[in-house]
Structure formats: C-alpha cells, structure tokens
Design a protein around this ligand. Sequence first.
Ligand code: NDP
Length: 488
Amino acid sequence: MDYDYDLFVIGGGSGGVRAARVAAQTGAKVGLAEESRMGGTCVIRGCVPKKLMVYASSYPDAVEGAKSFGWDVDIKSFDWPRFHGKLGDELDRLEGVYRNLLKGSDVTIHDCRAKLHSKHEVALSDGTTVSARHILIANGGWPFRPDIPCAELGLVSNDLFLLEELPKSLLIIGGGYIACEFACIMHGLGVEVTMYYRNAQILRGFDSELRGLLAESMSQRGIAMHPGTTIVEMELAENRPEGPQPTGSDATMRAPRQEAEIGNNPKSETSAASGKPIWVKSTNGEEKVFDHVLFATGRRPNTADMGLEEVGITLGESGEIVVDDYSKTSVDNIYAIGDVTGRLELTPVAIREGMAFVETVFKDNPTKPDHELVPTAIFTRPEIGTVGMTEDEAMETGPIDVYCASFRPMQDAFAGVNQRVLMKMLVAKESRKVLGCHIVADHAGEMIQLAGVAIKMGATKEQFDATCAVHPTVAEEIVTMRDPVRST
Ligand code: NDP
C-alpha cells in the first residue's frame, strides 16, 4: 500500500523535531504536525525561557557581590516588560530556527492539531487526513492542576512566561523541579515568594543531604517555605468582603498574556487571566491572599482525545503511552517518545529516544535509548547537579563509602555571603565505582555534565583521585575528598 509519508510525527518539540529531521536524512518522506509553536515545551514554555529568567534573576546577587569586591554599583528596579519583550523576540527567533531546520531537511510541516484516525492514518485539524507507514507520537505533557474548587484561578508554569506584569506576591504549590526553580527565579526578581509543599522536604527522589541544604539556602534567602502544607480552598479575594488584604500593596489586575496571542494552543485557556488577588486557606488553617498562585504540581502526558486507545494503544496509570525498550507502542507501526511516555521527562532524553527510534526503524539498527546515569540540573539558587543513585538507593546495592565536603567558596567567603556548597560522592565499597554524585553550588549543572562523563564510563573513586585538581576552583573538591565521612 502507498502512504503519503514514510513517517508522520505528531508534536514539534525537541524529540519530535530531531526524529523527523534525522529520519528525513535517511531519505524517508516525513511529515510533522504541531498544534502550537514549533519547539514545544523546552523552547517555548520550559527550559529556554526558564533559563533566561534564571539569568535575569541572578543579577541582584551579582551586584551585591560586586559591591563586596569594591565596586561602586547599585541595582535599581527590574523592568519586566523590557525583559519580557526581549524574551518574546528570542523565542520567535528560536522557533524560526526550528522551522528552518525542518524545512532544510525536507520535512513537511502541518500547523495543525493531529489525532490518530486509524493505525496508519492521522486526522488533522484542517480537515485533511494523511497516511503514514510509521507514526511517531511526541506530543509531550502539560502542567496539571489538582482537583480543588477554583483551581483554574491558579497559574501553571506556562502562564509565568506570559505575565504582563510581575506579581508582588506569589504562592507556589508543590516542591518539585518547577516549584523550586520558579521560587528562586521569582524571588530573585523581587517577588515575595511562599511555598507550600505536602511533603516534609522538597524534591522527593533526590539525595536527602542535597534536599536539606537547598531548602535551608532557599529559606535563608527569604523564600517562605512551608513543609507539610497545601491548600484546601481558594477563591477570588474580592468574593470575601471581610477577608485579609493582598500581601502585595497594589495587587489589582495582573493578567498573564494568553498564549493564544502568540500561538494557537487551545489548552492555554486559563481563567487565571483575571489576574485578581486570590484568597487561599491552607491545611494548617491559615488564610492568606496572594497576587498569584502557581500550581507546580507535576505534569501529565498529552494523551486525551488523541484517538490512541481507539487504535489499540495501551495507556498506563497516569495516562502515559506504554512503550517497549525501543519506544514501540502496543501497535506495531506506532512509536512514542518523550514526556508523553512518562519515562524521564527531560529534553535531552527525548532527543535521544528520537534518535534511537530512527536507528531502529529507518537504519535497521535496533537501538534502545539509554536511561541509565542521566545527569540533570535544577536551576535553583544555589544550583543542583546530580547523577546516579541517592545515598538511600546506593545503600541498597551493598556496602558503600560516602564522601562529602561542604564549604564556603572563596568568592562567597570574601564577599561575606553565607552560602555553603555541597559535594557528595557515593562509592561502592567493593568495586570502588562511583554510584552517584550530587553537587549543590553555583554552576553545579556545568560541573555535573563533566563528572557525568566519567561516572557513565564507570570511573572508580581512585580514578577521580588520580586526576589532578584544577586550583583554585570549587569543582576541584570532587577529586580531593580523601576520606569517607561514613561507611555503611
Ligand atoms: P515534580 O513531579 O517534580 O513535582 C511535583 C510536585 O507537586 C511534588 O512536590 C508533588 O509532591 C507535588 N504535588 C503533586 N500533586 C499534588 C497535589 N495534588 N497537591 C499538592 N502537591 C502536589 O513535577 P514538576 O512539575 O516540578 O516537573 C515535571 C517534570 O519536568 C520533572 O519531573 C522534570 O523531569 C521536568 N523538569 C526538569 C527540569 C530540569 O531539568 N531542570 C526543570 C523543570 C521540570 P510529592 O512529591 O508529594 O508527589
């Protein structure tokens, strides 16, 4: 049977775009549908704008540091509209780059929502249907709001990039990656930040010492951290005549710009656009008013209304597409990669899954994406860099030595900043292999990328030690931790 395409990709995010381009380079005829802006979560409403906001939020500290080093400088107010306009221009530029990369690879772009019509057919929102020998679903995930009345009044991470004005006060619900990153970003930009998270500690699943130090640092910086807390009720403050007043003084209309203005994503509708102060009641009985509430309560795969189950694709408990080791769904010619599969929700992982898919299906070289020892960073202040097992996980594999150093870096000590860094390595007692490495420090993301290479290669602690230190750096501590602080 003749098909319109050898491959049709649903989703123009990092994973889908890479798979489409690389498949097209093998000579395959490739089509791709994207319902919103090309680039997906990472480029449009995730990693890229977030990291630019991280940079923006870091300057007040840099100026304080400069003063300590003898500079006569002062920082005035932050011009959000100016930054925001530039951010929009940069995202437009990057979207253009993505489109050109696809066009340059002869991938046909369909600016449409797509859903499965049959095992080999995709129905597009422009009313057409296309057929394909293989279909790749790479349409990602979407932030989720908990099921409480008036939850639609709260923002999700996508909305933060669309705010016309910065709020004076922000309540963040959740203690994961997005909650911690945005708490630090918004605080750095001068917003009064409160965090409610339901666990005793932030960042479930990360090493406990790292979690402890970051939580302490965030609290010291002035972020109001409330463990074991979440909200039970919320509504517009104006509906509570006797209620408390906004924590921000002129908290009136602060509306996020609708994504519809810069794209066509129907899911971006949010009544948080009212931008009016919000009253919340928390599990500890406290009632407060905030300019905005941000739900950073996780993300869900985009599998609703995609025609998936109708063609026989199996979904997991959280709605994710269940795939085998080669990213194949329960339907032979349909594959899925990235956040929609609920494996590791990270851009570089989705890209690798896309490349492995192309090797398997278009290059006759069955390749499993590798999900082991993936280094990752959390762009908080201080930053987190981590790879491999936590101490608890490592202890379950057998006896281990724990190497740890915590100190004030030279630059901070000179500036009188009370900020400690943490370097931690977990080493298997018998094989001496490094099982995990965790860093809390400025630029920890840069450090863990390089340490990750050695650890992925199976380096032992002694091989780290055999590497000469680069002096004077913070990173040198990773090769100078001589004695374990404890052994189990
Ligand atoms: P996470 O899963 O990291 O965190 C979700 C948080 O919300 C947790 O603290 C969770 O608590 C809490 N939560 C969940 N449901 C509720 C609820 N009903 N009420 C109150 N709290 C709730 O999700 P994120 O959205 O922060 O991030 C999603 C993914 O995106 C990450 O897993 C990561 O893979 C990726 N990401 C990566 C980044 C990076 O690489 N730097 C940056 C941002 C995101 P509990 O722990 O109790 O479940």
